[in-house]
Every structure is written in C-alpha cells, then in structure tokens.
Write a protein that binds this ligand. Sequence first.
Ligand SMILES: Nc1ncnc2c1ncn2[C@@H]1O[C@H](COP(=O)(O)OP(=O)(O)OP(=O)(O)O)[C@@H](O)[C@H]1O
Ligand SMILES: [Mg+2]
Length: 509
Amino acid sequence: MKAGIDLGTTFSLVARMDLGGRPELIPDHADPELVHTPSVVYLSQGAAFVGSMAESMLENDPELHVLRFFKRQMGEQKPVYFDDDGAGWNAEAVAALVLKKLCFDAEAHTSSPVEAAVITVPAHFSDPQRRAVLNAAAIADLPVLGLLEEPVAAALHYGVATRRKDAVFLVYDFGGGTFDATAMSMDQHGVYVLSKTGQTELGGKEVDERVGAMVLDQFGKALGREPTLSARTLLDLRRISEEIKVELCIPGRSHVRRLVLLGGDAVTVEIARDEFEAGIVDLLDRAEAETLRCVRDAGLREKDIGCVLLVGGTSLVPAVEQRLRRIFGHPGQEVLYHEPSKAIALGAAIHASQLAGEAQSLSLPPELRGVSGYNVGVRTVDASSGRVAIDPLIKKNMALPARARKTYYTSRPGQERIVLDVVQYRDGADDAVSLGQLVVGPLVAPRANYPIEVTTEYREDGTVMLQAYDAQSGVELEQVFGRDGAHGGSTLAAQRGLVRGVTVNGVSQ
Ligand SMILES: Nc1ncnc2c1ncn2[C@@H]1O[C@H](COP(=O)(O)OP(=O)(O)OP(=O)(O)O)[C@@H](O)[C@H]1O
Ligand SMILES: [Mg+2]
C-alpha cells in the first residue's frame, strides 16, 4: 500500500486509498475510534511509546519526561532527548518513531505492508527542515514517494472531493504548531502554487498558553497566590486550557465557566469569548499579516481570491473565520471549511496514489507545481570592508524546479579551493540560514580568476541541490548536497542506530 502521512505538531494521521478509490483515514490499532495520533513520544530503556499510549502513561505519572512539539526542532542538530547511555536523539529520530507507529497501524489495519509514503510538510519549511523529514523516513526505513506541502494536500483533497477545478484558492492553514498561507490556482491541467508564507512558532500551542495564563491569573486573584506548579499541575493546566479554548470556540458560545482543580485548589474560572479573543489578538494579527503578504506576493488583490479554504485545528477559532470573511467578503468569494483536521492526510493519500500511477479513477489535475519558499544565494564577505552580503541566485516564489547557473572565480594566485556558503533567506543576510558549504577543489591548475560554474536547483520537493563544474578543464567537480543535508550521513547513521532495535508501543521493529 502507498500511504499518505500528515506528520503534525500535535497530531499525526495516516491515510490510504480504499478499494473504491477514495481516500480514508486509518485508525489507531488499539482504538478503532481514533484517527488522530498525538505526536507525543515517551522513551525509556529501549522502548518507545507513541501517541495515546504515551498520553495515558503520562496521566498516571506526570513526572514522565515525554517529548512533544519536536516538529518545531526538525532540521536542528541539537538533541531533543538524551537516553540512559548519554546518546543524543534529534527531532528526526523521534519523528521516525511516530512514522513507525503510523505504519504499524496501517499495516495492522490493512494486512498489507506500507511500501512507500507521501509525507506532508508545512509550506514554509526550509531545506534543512524538509531534509529532516526525509531523514526521519530513512531512519524509520520508510521509502518516500515525495514530500507534499500541507496546504497543497488540503487543496488536492478539496478539489477531488468537490470536483472543483477552476479557482484561485487561498489555503489558510492554522495548525497546532505552525501557520501557512498559500495562494494557488487550480484548473483541469493542474494545481499551481503562486506564493506562500508562514511561521513555525504560530499555532494552537500559543493559543493554549494564552488561555493558561488567564486561568492562572484567575487562580492568583481568587487565592491571593499562584498554585504550585508541579509536573501534575502543569499537565492539568495544559489539558484544561485546551478544553476551555475548544469550548470557547463552539459557535454561539459567549463565555465558559467551569470549576478548575489545580494543584489541590479549586477555583471557578470564567472566561468570556471577547476576553479570549483580545488575549490572542496579536497571534491572529500575525496570521493575517502573513495572509495578506501571501496574496500580495502572488501578484493578486484580495478580491482576486475565489475561495479561502480553512484547514488546521486552530482555524476553528471563530474570530479567524470572521476576519477572513471581512477581508475576502466580496460578492462571489467563498470562505469555507473542508474537513480541517483530516484534509491534509487525505490529500497526501491521493497524491501517493497519483505518484504511484494508481489514481486513474480520480479525475485529478495531472500537474502539481510548487514555488520556492525562500531566496537562495551565496554568502560573501567583502575582503576590504568585512561586510557580509548575499549574492542572490534563486528568488522566492519561483515556479519549481528553478535553476540558476553562475560562474565564480578564485581570487588569489595559487588558490586551490573555492568555498561557497550557500544560504536560504527571506529578507536578507540577517535571517539567512546556511544550507552548508560547497567546497570546490582542489583545482587542477590553481591560480587567480579560475572559473567554476555552479548550478543551483530548487527542487520540486523544496530541497536545494548544488553542483560545481570546472568548465575550463572539463573536469566535473561535482558536489551535490545530498539528502542527508549539510550535516553528512554520519549523523543520520548514528540516529538510525539509536532507533533500530527500539520497540514501538510494545512491538519489536
Ligand atoms: N474546535 C477547535 N477550536 C479551536 N482549536 C481547536 C479546535 N479543535 C482543535 N483545535 C486545536 O487545533 C490544534 C491542532 O490542529 P491540527 O491537528 O491541525 O495541528 P497539527 O497538524 O498537529 O499541527 P501543524 O499542522 O501545525 O504541524 C490544537 O492546538 C487544537 O487544540
Ligand atoms: Mg497539520
């Protein structure tokens, strides 16, 4: 089977195409009612517990050190966990355990192996973040058919479900940990991304923290002191804050009043919808600013958007929809929800069958074209002033694959190597992230002004590839940034070694 996987910050899902050619979600092996796997992992002595199993263990013992929100650390080399042997696990190794759990569910449910998968990523994920997802799959021994951007997955699913293929869409994807706005057009020929923007530190987590602060504030006022913040209290606070938030978001609800037990104290907490909305206004403002920027970047005006598709759990906050209706409320414009917490996994399953050549029965637009999410360039240092500048190669929002070719020259006599620091950036040198160094050399005839042709390719899966070619001697000095990224295969092998042999939810791998 080919699977579609939504690897989410708070929840992960796996889907496949059913025998009738429709996408379906696959439930948790232990609970047929559950299709959302909490992206939570507890690791202990060669055993990993993933999803609701980790959540229940935590309920029994709030001191357990569980790992969550590790999607935000994807692409960072800093470990998120140290095991008893002192070995550091990075986010991709932990994500691999979630992938293993989802594949196990899929295989147990269908009695057939997962041969390969499409995994979704936030549209604004950079090259290192995308490579980390590919690495997570490699660690989990899961072949990847392709990465698919979450908003594109949602649009694909919407397009297939409604047979609608004639619009300029804006997908507003406000999840548990990330926000993406993506403008795209869809017709019978394909789905074309026009522009995308987004942020990693903007999601339901931030909303919950604001509600948590309001709850603590009311405890402080009622008791004259803050409750003791033990591991149990913090766990309860997180759960209660999310429950209050979800209740406040029920259409028509003007306030929530409930008795809250925290750290042995009981206080009646009352939060009005207005107060809640005022408490998160800056988060909604940030999402709105990104959305407007996305429309502008696509070369469009607000009224050019035919349909705003809302996905992600946080888009269920009523103020989100109200704001969008104000902005995109011209005659003929639509603002709608379409399975906001399931659409991404279902779209991934559709794309998996598409890539595997198994989607003939679906009337799918055949082409899927994305755009670059970042500018790519080479960081240069001016020899005399020491000023750091960027030599731009590929611009943001170019149709993919995008290629740029440029010749670089050695600057000193006898220079044997050219070192190019390749960066991805939004605005300029200040927010540039290094993708790694392309070291070209030793050159066959070292001298000043030696030309090296460098080709940069921004690939369809959003990763960046570089090649160098010695045009003068005809020698191919090929240096390709591989799938392991700038950090090399050794880290990947080490992380794979950590995960191998670990049982996942009691099952040997
Ligand atoms: N009815 C609701 N009202 C408000 N928020 C909700 C509602 N239902 C779910 N959420 C919130 O949505 C978030 C989860 O959304 P979702 O499942 O789309 O995120 P994710 O896929 O895990 O994260 P991401 O896509 O950012 O990686 C949680 O913060 C959850 O509390
Ligand atoms: Mg999501």
